[in-house]
Design a protein around this ligand. Structure first.
Ligand code: ATP
Length: 530
């Protein structure tokens, strides 16, 4: 774990040093839990979004796109339940004046118990060596059993208090478990109260409560209120989906872990409209399809897991998270929710406008059911970066060991696809040849031309931003129009003719290969809408 938190610190400083992510308004000491994406960050983020969009909209004949506005009529959030129920339990420490989420304080307490159990198991594993039977040890060791019982009791109490919205019980738990403020060690807590996570602002031309607007806390509602507009204008038949990428805003109480939990973030959401009764078939399809999307990017299966929700939200009849093993443990990366007809029915009721579909097969009108996939683009960014960042010992030009920091991003997602490097800066014949190659390649890919510093240092710079290919122009190039192409991960160098460069880089950095990998894993239904 110490190594993991070390990796996380390195990742954050790497993101800053190499222009991926900066703290917002850093000159004013930053704005908490708000971040800006730098030159390489925005390229990587755009590629993630493009890969998601293509896998949804381009690969499914019955999914279409939408870009709804961030501001929506305030009644939207009444209908969706966000005005009344989008709350987190907030508690203040009176001495340190720090604010916490009551449920997170209790979860941190549970983490500590879990760590104790794991430590006990680790110790026993070392003691017994190969003959160690972990399952049996868990069932019989008194200390493990006692801690497990404690853990389960707290977990069940917390789940019940959260689903009942019982703030007094949360306060009692904090007191009984003797949870102290992590900052000051004090146990002087306020009452626990509900805190609404929506940011609000005011419409310019209407005074008072009437003009109160919210910054959307999820992109999904823009899709629901446009359901009939999209269906009619594209003549889609059920089942069909609407995909959208956009900003969402949440006034998170505990905002930590870098871009994992931000107050302004980006979601990639798809709402799939289905016949009532068929939702579980589609829920299972989307579980499989979304997992395949993650593994198609090279993410090892053991880094991902499904986690069924213990408490279902008011709108859902099934819900699962895809969790990823971040440097700080397994946490939610994406949610897949069967939302029933809750949203469309609520909008129908509050607006007085029919949001129904006439099903020609059944010959009847109904409010469709919805299966949603919702992934945070920023969390996906963090997941990919944490998988990619490595420190390695590799041979230098003279065959001696040297260390390098490398971002082993999937080539199709990497910010820069190819760097063009003349061996020497002040040899005009080399630089003009290199420029000509760069000018050709830049029509097809995001490339970089770099002539500063020794070639080894330039390779290291490209490794650190994850560039999969470097093309070097040397004196042989002037003789025979060949260059070396160096591969980031294997460090293999091949001599190829200039004419081959574009085709090779294209083939090896192609997003189509990743998309093909998805279709190898799942059967994308053919024009499901017909
Ligand atoms: P969490 O339990 O971590 O608060 P959530 O269950 O509230 O997340 P959803 O409402 O299901 O999240 O949102 C869908 C996705 O949006 C999440 O899986 C996550 O990737 C992303 N997301 C949600 N809140 C944030 C945030 N504050 N910062 C960054 N990404 C977020």
């Amino acid at each position: 774990m110490a190594q993991q938190s070390d990796l996380f610190k390195k990742l954050i400083s790497h993101c800053k040093e190499y222009g991926f992510i900066f703290q917002s308004s850093e000159v004013y000491d930053g704005l908490s839990a708000v971040y800006d994406y730098g030159p390489y960050g925005i390229e990587l983020k755009n590629n993630i979004k493009q890969y998601w969009w293509r896998s949804m909209v381009q690969m499914h004949e019955n999914i279409v796109g939408l870009d709804a506005a961030i501001f929506m009529h305030p009644k939207t959030w009444k209908a969706s339940g966000h005005v009344d129920a989008f709350n987190d339990p907030l508690v203040d420490n009176k001495d340190s004046k720090k604010r916490y989420r009551a449920d997170v304080l209790i979860e941190d307490y549970m983490d500590k118990i879990e760590k104790k159990i794991n430590k006990e198991i680790e110790k026993a594993g070392k003691r017994f060596g190969e003959s160690f039977d972990e399952a049996k040890f868990r069932e019989t060791n008194p200390r493990v059993l006692a801690n497990q019982e404690k853990f389960d009791t707290v977990k069940n109490r917390l789940a019940k208090a959260m689903s009942d919205g019982d703030m007094a019980e949360l306060k009692t738990m904090i007191e009984e478990l003797e949870i102290a403020c992590p900052e000051s060690g004090s146990r002087n807590w306020t009452e626990v109260r509900q805190f609404n996570l929506m940011f609000s602002t005011q419409l310019g031309n209407i005074a008072g409560a009437e003009g109160k607007l919210y910054l959307r806390p999820e992109t999904a509602q823009g899709i629901f209120v446009n359901f009939l507009n999209v269906q009619r204008s594209t003549r889609q038949k059920i089942p069909f989906g609407i995909a959208q990428i956009g900003k969402a805003f949440r006034n998170e109480i505990v905002a930590r872990q870098f871009i994992f939990r931000m107050r302004e973030f980006e979601q990639m959401e798809m709402q799939f409209f289905v016949q009532p009764g068929s939702e579980m078939t589609w829920y299972n399809y989307w579980k499989k399809a979304r997992l395949a999307w993650h593994t198609s990017l090279g993410t090892a299966a053991e880094k991902l897991r499904f986690h069924d929700h213990d408490n279902l939200a008011h709108y859902a009849n099934a819900a699962v998270d895809i969790q990823f093993e971040f440097p700080f443990g397994f946490k939610e990366l994406e949610g897949i929710h069967s939302r029933t007809d809750f949203d469309l029915s609520s909008h129908q009721e509050l607006s007085g406008k029919k949001l129904q579909y006439f099903d020609p097969e059944l010959g009847e009108n109904y409010v469709p059911y919805v299966v949603e996939t919702s992934i945070g683009c920023d969390r996906m960014f963090l997941a990919l970066m944490s998988l990619a960042l490595r420190e390695e010992t590799v041979p230098d030009a003279k065959g001696k060991d040297s260390s390098r920091v490398v971002l082993k991003l999937p080539p199709a997602i990497a910010p820069v696809k190819c760097a063009v490097l003349p061996l020497l800066k002040n040899k005009e014949a080399l630089t003009s040849k290199a420029r000509a190659i760069f000018d050709r390649l830049k029509l097809s890919f995001n490339c970089q031309y770099d002539e500063k510093d020794a070639i080894g240092r330039r390779y290291r710079r490209q490794d650190a931003i994850g560039t999969p290919y470097c093309v070097t122009i040397d004196f042989d190039t002037l003789e025979d129009d060949t260059v070396t192409i160096r591969e980031r991960d294997s460090l293999k160098q091949e001599r190829i003719s200039i004419d081959q460069v574009e085709a090779i880089v294209r083939e090896r950095t192609n997003m189509s290969t990743l998309l093909q990998n998805i279709t190898d894993q799942i059967n994308i239904p053919e024009s499901v809408g017909s």
